[in-house]
Design a protein around this ligand. Structure first.
Ligand code: GCU
Length: 670
């Protein structure tokens, strides 16, 4: 008996009468043309189709392989090869009787099958002709799982890959692969970017067999496995005295190591590297550039068709912020822009969405679009490290939509972040979208059942960046819960408002942080973990915010025009980011006519009130949810209420004491 849920692949029994009219007659016979029933991905697609249809509408599927020629049967599913469709895409046609899925490869075929299952589960009206080609070539999940079973920034139990230094390869991995393949994920990094302790390196004999097993399981769902590497492996593992990327002996060590790895795990997708950051070693130690470090590895893995994913989260965490020119936000651009064009073709730079670190509100990183001759990948975090730890509900897809839609102005057109990372802007093929993921070995995978909407949503969005946040939320609710339309609306509403609410009761207007150092949950207005000097908000008794204009840190100039001028002008700067870019007096008038301090008071009181309302709405649908789901979600909701209260009180009283300005509405500030 497995002790984990099926998330959105529960295939609830659907309203049979309606489904009968809709799908049952058409899906009993499945003709395969150009795909082999026993090829691994294809076999899994058929298995899923058979299982899903049986569960939902009690149809036993008959597979007719090597169909060929004219298929006379009108009421049927036809799955056929079509090379005119973009790699990993599919076309879904439904004339009311016959459903045709055309795809150029097995991944596309698998995604087409999942689309059919989704449509049946949602009892979607028939008649369709949709070409669904992936927006992003790479659609990846990054696990920050450690070999001892712990997960860095993990809020849903322990790792399901590793336990006490061992790798697990059981049926939970298969279920996980199914789950993420169903939303179009095609790459997964299984271990933490902070690779520590040579004895636990996955690139060693003691692990190859099981890593190979994992790679095969994922491979059978069209997903490539990647591993995080420690750049200092030649020292820590090889006993050498250097890991200088230009040292011949170091290069030789890597060549041998990589040969060994691919000899055991031929279908490995490549490696992910975090270098020169937060204590991680890297090329800077030897006076080498990030490009020299990345290219050294990329040249070695090239013959295995593999990719080096190199993170741009490179900054000096011990900077002294008392100097007003010093600015961590500048780091990614300053470190990577000068070497644009120097990266080899199988290197992709993975860039965090904002210049800081996954805050509830940040501007988009100015590196997007600035690297016109380098492969770029967008990195977001669904693990909610700073956005509620999967305790507080925070549906992040609306935020990801804003990021993807941001115009970089790197060109006159086709210049949004979505365009850049999809490869459309500069013609790259090695690029895409990745997320630091939110799963663990909790029964429901994501701690808070509602947090699974972020996993589902990330995958769906990475595959199709045109989908709306609400469309995705609704799909997820329909597939996950077997509830009435009214309850569905309640959950969709909770999700759709949750990011705004979280932002209201936490840090205001783009300033970010104010979180408890190290844990990053709960309020600590002055919290700053790296030294005793800084605060992120730079508040004093007159005002708050960081001047990032030319008069301040100069960060704004990293953007293309007109973004640079817009952010630099306090009147034009999008208000939700105004404190990220400007230091303003508490009496500054916002567009609403309110003063800055009044805005802080109002949003914090309101944020808290809205959490209470959310709690009431959840209680209202109690009877429609499984008891276990309700218990988990409502238990966390109680914690969210307490958290919001705490934030509201701490932030308001801090700024009341700093500014000495009364709340206009005379509410009690503790
Ligand atoms: C954040 C996070 C770390 C993580 C780092 C990264 O700083 O707190 O735990 O290692 O991001 O993205 O590498």
């Amino acid at each position: 008996m497995k002790n984990w849920t099926d998330l959105w692949l529960g295939y609830h029994k659907v309203n049979v009468k309606k489904a009968d009219e809709l799908y049952s007659k058409s899906v009993g016979k499945v003709y395969l043309e150009g795909f082999l029933e026993d090829e691994s991905i294809c076999a899994n697609a058929i298995k899923e189709l058979t299982h899903g249809l049986k569960q939902m509408i009690k149809v036993s599927v008959k597979i007719i392989s090597n169909a060929g020629g004219e298929i006379e049967e009108e009421n049927a599913v036809v799955i056929k090869k079509d090379d005119s469709i973009k790699k990993q895409g599919y076309r879904y046609q439904d004339n009311g009787k016959r459903i045709t899925i055309s795809a150029p490869d097995e991944n596309g075929m698998l995604y087409g099958v999942f689309a059919l299952l989704r449509n049946v589960a949602m009892q979607k009206e028939r008649k369709a002709d949709e070409l669904c080609e992936p927006s992003n070539p790479l659609r990846m999940l990054n696990h920050w799982d450690n070999m001892d079973g712990s997960i860095e920034r993990g809020y849903s139990g322990e790792s399901f890959f590793f336990k006490n230094g061992k790798i697990m390869t059981g049926s939970r991995i298969v279920d996980y692969a199914r789950m993420i393949a169903s939303v179009g994920i095609n790459g997964v990094v299984i271990n933490n970017v902070n690779v520590k302790g040579a004895a636990t390196y996955l690139i060693s004999e003691r692990y190859y067999l099981n890593v190979k097993k994992l790679a095969e399981i994922f491979g059978s769902y069209g997903i490539s496995l990647y591993l995080s590497l420690n750049f200092a492996a030649p020292i820590e593992m090889g006993g050498m005295d250097s890991c200088d990327p230009l040292d011949e002996n170091v290069i030789l060590w890597w060549k041998n190591k990589v040969w060994e790895v691919f000899n055991h795990i031929p279908n490995l997708g490549g490696f992910l590297v975090k270098a020169d950051s937060e204590g991680r070693p890297g090329p800077f130690t030897y006076g080498r550039t990030q490009a020299e470090g990345a290219n050294m590895l990329a040249d070695i893995v090239k013959e295995y068709d593999a990719t080096i994913i190199w993170r741009c989260f490179v900054y000096n965490c011990t900077q002294d912020w008392r100097d007003t020119k010093t600015d961590r936000a500048r780091a990614a651009y300053d470190n990577f822009k000068p070497s644009d064009g120097n990266y080899h073709e199988n290197v992709v730079l993975q860039i965090k969405n904002g210049p800081m670190d996954f805050q509830i509100r940040e501007p988009v990183s100015p590196l997007f679009g600035a690297l016109s001759s380098t492969n770029e990948m967008l990195e977001v975090q669904i693990a909610q490290e700073y956005t509620g730890h999967q305790i507080d509900i925070c549906y992040l897809i609306p935020m990801f939509k804003e990021i993807l839609n941001f115009r970089t102005y790197c060109k006159d057109e086709c210049d949004t972040v979505a365009d850049v990372v999809s490869g459309r802007t500069f013609g790259n093929t090695c690029c895409g979208f990745s997320a630091v993921t939110n799963t663990g070995d909790d029964e429901n995978w994501t701690g808070n059942d509602m947090a699974a909407a972020n996993l589902y949503g990330f995958g769906r969005l990475a595959f199709n960046t045109e989908l709306s946040a609400e469309e995705i939320a609704r799909e997820w609710v329909k597939l996950t819960f077997n509830v009435s339309k009214e309850a569905e609306d309640v959950i969709v509403n909770i999700l759709m408002n949750s990011r705004e609410i979280y932002e209201e009761y936490t840090s205001p207007l783009g300033i970010g942080w104010m979180v408890t150092p190290q844990t990053h949950y709960g309020c600590s207005v002055d919290g700053y973990e790296y030294s005793r000097w800084g605060t992120y908000h730079r508040a004093d008794h007159l005002g708050i915010g960081v001047d990032r204009t030319e008069n301040g840190t100069g960060y704004v100039s990293q953007y293309f025009e007109p973004n640079a001028s817009i952010f630099a002008d306090v009147n034009k700067c999008p208000e939700e980011l105004v404190l990220f870019f400007h230091h303003l007096p508490y009496t500054h008038k916002l567009h609403s006519g309110k003063t800055l301090i009044q805005h802080i008071y109002d949003t914090h009181f309101e944020g808290y009130e809205r959490v209470l309302e959310m709690q009431k709405n959840l209680e209202g649908i109690k009877d429609e949810l499984d008891q276990s789901v309700y218990d988990r979600v409502s238990g966390r909701m109680n914690l969210q209420v307490a958290n919001a209260r705490e934030w509201c009180d701490q932030v308001n009283s801090y700024f009341y004491r700093k500014s000495g300005i009364e709340d206009e509405k005379g509410r009690k500030i503790y």
